[in-house]
Design a binder for this molecule. Sequence first.
Ligand code: IPE
Ligand code: IPE
Ligand code: MG
Length: 239
Amino acid sequence: MTQPFHVAISMDGNGRWATRRGLPRGLGHKAGVQTVRRIVEAAPDLGVTTLTLFAFSANNWNRPQVEVDGLMMLLDAYLRSDARRFVESGARLTLIGRRDRLPPSLVQAIEAVEAASAGGRRLHLRIAIDYSAREEIVRAANDWRALPAAVATGPALDAFSRLVAGAADAEAVDLMIRTGGEKRLSDFLLWECAYAELWFTDTLWPDFTEAGFAAAVEDFRRRERRFGGLSAGEQRAAG
Ligand code: IPE
Ligand code: IPE
Ligand code: MG
């Protein structure tokens, strides 16, 4: 059985990539879509079983309307053009975040890909659109209140984690990558990143490559995760 390995990526730096070239920001987002294709394709060979990509945050609505409209169109086009490729490659796609503020045609495209790819087992690709980790935690708290007592038995932390993450394979992030040079989480997967390894790179998202992705995963594999305990060596020494 494949070892679960959840990687989350905050795909930042599209705007600066374009601005540095004297191009409108929208062309940076367009270039960023090409990177998404490459990274999604590379993920299974790097052992990634769940990949969560931050495409649009709940606070990104505060950007100029023309940029927001461009992003929504790009997401729509990406989902429609790559739908068959997901299914053929054995990837399952789901959306996380709010759907009620998205253009109806985008919601339609999302639902169509979700349904067509539901049987995919090779990779679970989750795209975060209109996403806020804090809002997800509030939603989970409301769901928790509505839960019949019988369902909420067992360790509360596990049950609540499932409500926040929405999928068993997404409850904990193993590796969080952020491109674009900023070292912050910007309200992405706050709960799920409790013990995530963090990896930051100055590379702007459109310039991020499979090699960069592989380097992040290699670095992750060399790290020792202790989850508050001791390292294996220290544990032995302590008897
Ligand atoms: C892409 O990067 C992420 C999105 C919010 C769509 P940005 O658009 O934030 O790029 P920078 O940070 O301005 O360079
Ligand atoms: C984070 O990038 C969100 C996405 C990558 C979609 P932002 O560019 O929105 O984050 P801040 O504003 O630098 O915190
Ligand atoms: Mg940014």
